[in-house]
Write a protein that binds this ligand. Sequence first.
Ligand code: GLU
Length: 505
Amino acid sequence: MSKKTRVRFAPSPTGPLHVGGVRTALYNYLFAKQYGGDFILRIEDTDSTRFVPGAEQYIQETFDWLELPFDESPAKGGKYGPYRQSERKEIYKEYVQKLLGEGKAYLAFDTPEQLEAKRNETPNFQYDASTRLQMRNSLTLPAEEVKQLIDNGTQYVVRIKIEPGTDITVTDLIRGEVVINSSVLDDKVIYKSADELPTYHLANVVDDHLMEITHVIRGEEWLPSAPLHVWLYRSFGWNDTMPQFAHLPLLLKPEGNGKLSKRDGDRLGFPVFPLEWKDPQSGETSSGYRESGYLPEAVVNFLALLGWNPGTEQEIFSLDELVQAFSFDRCSKSGAKFDIEKARWFNHKYIQEMSNDALAKLFEPVLTEKMLPFDKKYTASVIGLVKERANFVKDLWDQASFFFISPASYDEKTVKKRWKAETPAQLEELVYVLKSLDMFSSEYVEKAVKQWIEDKNYHLGNIMNAFRLAVVGESKGPHMFDIAALIGKQETIDRINRAIKEISL
Ligand code: GLU
């Protein structure tokens, strides 16, 4: 029986999650679900100096919002827990001991000053097979002294002993086989006595093994660490359970040169974080996709196509369709240019697909904030008329305000252009026509008004433009008779009468 697919998203809670991280998590999710597997959240919080309060909760809230649920996580638990590395300290110690016991790692007592001096004296100094015997470590010091140093409480680190001259193959599902000779690697620190914590590399590998992770899908910035991770796997004798790797391409600046950063978002006015984030230290607030009015489905669809393509023209994908279609074969090796216009386009498309009732619910807070009453049915009908012009729910107000409040003023330019000497008299006639109607559906009003215009031989455009100016306040909005029908007979008539009075002054 083949193993169950298990993937993990393993962020460090050092601040708000970047959209690139969200995309990494999404690809993990899509891949796991395609194979009926598990999607796990593991919080990599072993670097206490970089820990930021609220960051873990932010991560959880992001995936709640995007509706990409974890099968196992700190919040949900699971049988491979704990899922926070800070709660797994004892586990790592045991594995560090194992490597030390087998001579695959060693203790190093070099102080920062000694290391600095060495770096100054040897250009391109690297702590590795060629230099380790010149250093202060358990390979060079007598066993007695090592024991004494430990007993005295001298701080040390544990370094992995990389044997030179062997090829390390990283099999990457996007990049193919990447072969690195172990001679170029250094003896990385895997544990620090000072805080009794492992470094990222050790904790990451041990947890991937213990959590039975089958595929490590992460950003390409981790590709340089992969040979060391493979080496650690081999050192533990876990060759048979080594996960497969997939290193995802970078998200690039809109101009295509270099990695997308928070500064690009600030510079170009778009969010680079899924949710709004208030920095607990500086108090600075960064905008989020959620607060900017993006729908979670649109964000998912947009991110899915940043670095992956289906090989067809299809762009709109439901989450299920993405799960079916996703494959590493179609992930690009080169970076994906970030294009916020595309994100807006997706949002527009998803707004069109959403039911008017659902949009009305999302629009309710906008009305409440303006102290306007909320009538779900009326609001849904309004939205049905204007949504094709909206990219965001909040745009709906600009498109539809006149359905909720009568115009406070009349656009000057339009008045100049559309309000003629004969307009007031004609609109008075229009009021008379409207008053006489016993039904007020869009079609019925349209027929009657057009009949009157024809009978009187008036100019259709002039009448309609003035009609719109009176009801809307400017020359915008959907089909005029749809507006009239929706706001109703009395309101339409009142607005025309008011315009006659106010504009003619
Ligand atoms: N903690 C690393 C990060 O912050 C995890 C990298 C990995 O997925 O192995 O992205």
